[in-house]
Design a protein around this ligand. Structure first.
Ligand code: HEC
Ligand code: HEC
Length: 341
């Protein structure tokens, strides 16, 4: 009797163990199978979507021959602006000798490189700087008059039409509906943390000496090519640089641009400056002398002035110096609280 019970117990427990082991075995095979199975279509789609979210410009090769000539001329004018309008320009000598491409990198196609990807889908648009709805020609001439410290082009000129055709082509794969799917359009994704102190020209000078002056030179005036038709290294201040009404004269624009693009070779995956270095070098560069442009008509609605526009009057109690060097968070907090922006 006792023996029978022991045998029965042994029988049931070994049966249990066998069931358990078989279950474990099948489960193991299932796991191995899962991991070597090729990805399903759904996961493949996900992967493509992730990598394609970095914006890339369309290729000029795909435009038909007729229109291509104008678009290619537009690109040539962006890349070699100075050859046509610089100090020895073949059309006129109406600019400081910089090329549009010096700031709109890779002919305005580099992601996070101040590219033209968003222009076609957003203009005409209201801009607070002029207080008006601006078309593309007006925006292009803004850079001619400020960044290139020069004269505007005639809107009907072949050169303006070519630049416009090129910029529209560059943004032709971006629309209001899909722009959120792309990263790195314009400079809107160039993120940078605010400092809770003033940006320091003194610290920025050290950054400049270590990381910038080998190309842009100790005097900030860059390096011309042999026949002085274009810059090899463009100037950051001095008489051939952008004037004090230009976008880069606002230190947040400067800091965001250089963080993602300088020293030469940097990009959004290979950032070579800390946020602090970017702010400080921006403060240093924009403390040096440069051409002046009357900007008293800019930002006609003063409560729309950006926090780092360093010229009063302001719709807030902060001094010009704080609008130039920061700290900016208190200014932003003021507007958030007073709901004036
Ligand atoms: C010194 C640097 C610099 C140079 C040179 C320069 N730009 Fe710009 N440009 C900027 C900056 C900075 C902005 C963006 C300002 C902002 O976001 O507030 C800008 C904006 C623009 C925009 C509007 C982009 C948008 O998404 O709204 C256009 C169009 C433009 N530039 C065209 C040109 C053309 C054409 C030239 C050459 C004639 C040129 N730029 C030369 C710095 C420059
Ligand atoms: C290895 C050389 C090199 C170094 C180092 C370098 N740059 Fe540049 N930088 C260039 C070149 C070349 C361009 C123009 C790019 C083009 O035309 O494609 C440029 C363009 C610029 C521009 C826009 C055009 C202008 O002249 O206003 C700014 C601003 C700038 N650099 C700032 C900096 C700062 C700040 C540093 C240091 C943190 C730096 N660069 C380091 C080569 C360099």
């Amino acid at each position: 009797m006792e023996n029978k019970q022991i045998i029965k117990a042994l029988f049931w427990s070994s049966l249990g163990i066998i069931f358990f082991a078989t279950g474990l075995f099948i489960f193991g095979i299932f796991i191995v199978f899962q991991s070597i199975k090729p990805p399903t279509i759904q996961t493949e789609l996900k992967i493509t979507k992730q990598t394609s979210s970095l914006w890339q410009s369309p290729d000029i090769k795909h435009i038909n021959q007729g229109r291509r000539t104008l678009v290619e001329y537009g690109k040539e004018l962006i890349v070699h602006t100075a050859k046509y309008f610089g100090v020895k320009g073949i059309i006129g000598t109406s600019t400081n000798g910089m090329n549009c491409q010096n700031c709109h990198l890779e002919a305005g196609t580099k992601a996070f490189g101040n590219n033209y990807g968003l222009v076609a889908s957003t203009y005409p648009k209201y801009r607070a700087r002029s207080g008006t709805i601006e078309n593309i020609e007006k925006r292009i001439n803004d850079c001619f008059e400020r960044s290139l410290n020069g004269k505007p082009l005639n809107s009907n000129s072949r050169e303006m039409q070519a630049i416009k055709a090129y910029i529209l082509f560059i943004g032709s794969n971006v629309s209001k509906d899909n722009e959120k799917n792309y990263k790195g359009l314009s400079m809107k994704d160039n993120q940078i943390k605010f400092l809770d102190r003033l940006a320091s020209p003194k610290k920025g000078k050290l950054v400049y000496e270590q990381k910038c002056q080998s190309c842009h030179q100790p005097n900030g005036e860059g390096v011309w090519n042999a026949d002085k038709t274009e810059f090899i290294y463009p100037p950051l201040w001095g008489k051939n640089s952008y004037n004090d009404a230009a976008g880069l004269y606002r230190i947040s624009n400067f800091a965001k641009f250089v963080k993602y693009n300088m020293p030469l070779g940097a990009n959004h995956e290979n950032i070579l400056l800390s946020d602090e270095e970017a702010w400080d070098v921006a403060a240093f560069v924009n403390s040096n002398p440069r051409p002046h442009k009357d900007n008293s008509k800019d930002w006609p609605k003063i409560h729309e002035k950006p926090f780092d526009h360093p010229f009063g009057p302001f719709a807030d109690p902060f001094p010009e110096n704080q609008h130039k060097y920061g700290p900016f968070p208190p200014i932003q907090a003021y507007y958030a609280k007073n709901n004036k922006k």
